[in-house]
Design a protein around this ligand. Structure first.
Ligand code: FRU
Length: 559
């Protein structure tokens, strides 16, 4: 019989929903005298109840569920939570018992990334509450623990010492119960938000959304605050902004808070008179907030609202970034994010320049935080062209590589954080003055670095699965990601660069990220491969201008 040993953990957290009356979760252990001790908990009747069952450490348990569906299950409450995180359990269909799958093997499949963060399973979107606190980077994220599609929102949580290896933590926030109880009427939950970390505590701001299934005037979005002193226990939430200001739309969400000049400033995504806008609030203490005015209004039409705005000081400038909801650009790209750089005096943001945040358009809702002089951002690898290949027990959504941001000559630069070098494995091939082709890269997790001594036309094949292809092309129409045989075919994923001198390309299962000219542009694109092997083929028109090319394997972050 399958047993689970709790080791340092003291709690079983399990999301369970009845499939028949009386459906429940059972946990059995054996006392020293051989007698059996059993604990039972009823699963939710109409929705997945979040059950928590206390357990003893270093004890063997038999865990099983009867007449209920379990969406997510893990052991938590270790004395050393920050280092150990949770231990996920999965049900073995053969005997209905839960067991501990091997984490590295769990993530090791063609449809998943191995060195980009993604949840254990199911749907994930925006990064939330990014911060560094007492030795750890923390990342929260929009999470549906129950399936591979967006639904009422929870906050997932993970932490890392080095920004690349992540440890999973318990779920933090759940949707309001009234929403879970009436899914045919309401949707919502704990929407996106941010964290402000000081030495002793972290203050979180987030949106609580409750509204009809179709967004509209009955949609209610409010800003809430919560705190933590250890990132394991979280205070109750309190509402700090109950309604949008006059003239702003019901889209009123995703607070991002910045502390500057003894004041707290909050950027909120919204729209004013049908134009996407970022609203500015101000506070002396982080608790009482007053509306100031729009930080910026996007004059170009057809942006329903800004989602997940960010506002930061960077390299002597101020930078606002926001995701353009429901907008399609002239290249056919959907929901791009835009950055604006400029100055900020007397609470007025004067824009000097702007540009696209990510030319691949599969990077959404980026969020940044500052730590030890660096401004680090992480974005959600989204799939607006619906190219997702569902996979049993798989995940839908992942995070970009953490990027270090800079402003140079009014342009936003983005480079992978230097910690990515920790993951570099063996060089698979190197060369100069010639083209390079690796038709079979086992595991499909690699980094390619290329230097050109002169701008030259090229095609670089990054993914191929039967007639489906992803490549990076540079020719008279400029640099762009090109897809073939998938839904995004025909869309121009074009980078705003004049010429190409360096490329850093990360391919990882269903994801490719391209960094151009040491950060001048970055592009993210999903591409599903049914096989576990990947490929790389550099085909430059004038290979003599290839000053250096190297392809190296990348290690999984889940070992
Ligand atoms: C962006 C977004 C946010 C919202 C969250 C809900 O992807 O729509 O505006 O807070 O996702 O999951």
């Amino acid at each position: 019989m399958k047993k689970v040993n709790t080791k340092n953990h003291t709690c079983l957290e399990i999301f369970a929903k009845q499939t028949a009356d009386g459906g429940k979760v059972r946990v059995l252990s054996r006392n020293a005298d051989g007698s059996v001790q059993s604990v039972e908990k009823l699963a939710g009747r109409t929705y997945f109840a979040w059950l928590k069952i206390p357990l003893k450490q270093n004890t063997d348990y038999e865990i099983y569920s009867e007449e209920c569906e379990v969406s997510l299950c893990y052991l938590s409450g270790s004395g050393d939570m920050l280092e150990e995180g949770v231990c996920y359990l999965e049900k073995n269909p053969a005997d209905d018992r839960f067991y501990v799958p091997d984490q590295a093997a769990w993530y090791d499949r063609p449809s998943r990334e191995s060195y980009h963060f993604s949840p254990w399973k199911n749907w994930m979107n925006d990064p939330n509450g990014l911060c560094w606190f007492q030795g750890y980077y923390h990342m929260f994220y929009q999470f549906n623990p129950h399936g591979q599609q967006w639904s009422n929102m929870y906050w997932g949580h993970a932490a890392s010492r080095d920004l690349v290896h992540w440890v999973h933590f318990p779920v933090v926030l759940a949707p309001q119960e009234e929403i879970l109880e009436r899914p045919e009427e309401w949707k919502g939950g704990a929407f996106s938000g941010c964290a402000v970390a000081s030495e002793e505590e972290v203050v979180f701001y987030l949106t609580r959304h409750k509204g009809p299934l179709q967004d509209g005037e009955d949609t209610v979005e409010q800003q809430w605050m919560m705190k933590s002193r250890d990132m394991i226990h979280f205070s109750e939430e309190t509402c700090v902004i109950g309604q949008p200001p006059e003239g702003a739309s019901f889209d009123f969400r995703d607070p991002k808070v910045l502390r500057a000049n003894d004041r707290w400033y909050m950027a909120l995504g919204s729209a004013i008179e049908g134009k996407g806008a970022i609203l500015l609030y101000e506070s002396r203490d982080g608790e009482q907030w007053e509306y100031v005015h729009p930080l910026l209004v996007e004059e170009r039409e057809e942006v329903r609202c800004f989602e997940c705005p960010d506002f930061m000081e960077l390299d002597g400038k101020y930078v606002a970034i926001g995701a353009w909801m429901e907008h399609r650009d002239e290249c056919g790209r959907y929901q791009m994010s835009r950055y604006y750089t400029g100055t900020w005096h007397n609470r007025e943001f004067e824009i000097e320049s702007d540009g696209w945040f990510d030319f691949g358009s599969n990077c959404y809702a980026m969020q940044s935080f500052a730590h030890q002089g660096r401004r680090i951002s992480i974005g959600w690898i989204s799939d607006f062209y619906e190219e997702h290949a569902a996979d049993e027990n798989g995940a839908y959504g992942s995070m970009t590589i953490p990027r270090e941001l800079h402003v140079k000559n009014g342009k936003l630069y983005m480079t992978p954080v230097r910690e990515m070098d920790l993951l570099k494995g063996e060089a698979l091939a190197q060369g100069r003055g010639e083209n390079l082709s690796l038709p079979k890269i086992e595991g499909n997790a690699y980094r390619a670095e290329i230097k050109f001594d002169k701008n030259t036309c090229f095609t670089i094949l990054l993914g191929k699965d039967k007639e489906r292809e992803l490549s990076l092309v540079n020719d008279k129409d400029g640099l762009r990601l090109v897809t073939k045989g998938v839904k995004s075919e025909g869309i121009r994923f074009r980078a705003d660069v004049e010429e190409v001198r360096t490329l850093e390309i990360y391919v990882d299962g269903r994801t490719a990220e391209v960094y151009v000219n040491e950060g001048e542009a970055a592009g993210t694109k999903v591409f599903y491969n049914s096989s576990a092997d990947g490929c790389f083929a550099l085909d430059a028109e004038a290979p003599e201008h290839v000053a250096w090319v190297e392809v190296a394997g990348m290690k999984s972050i889940w070992h």
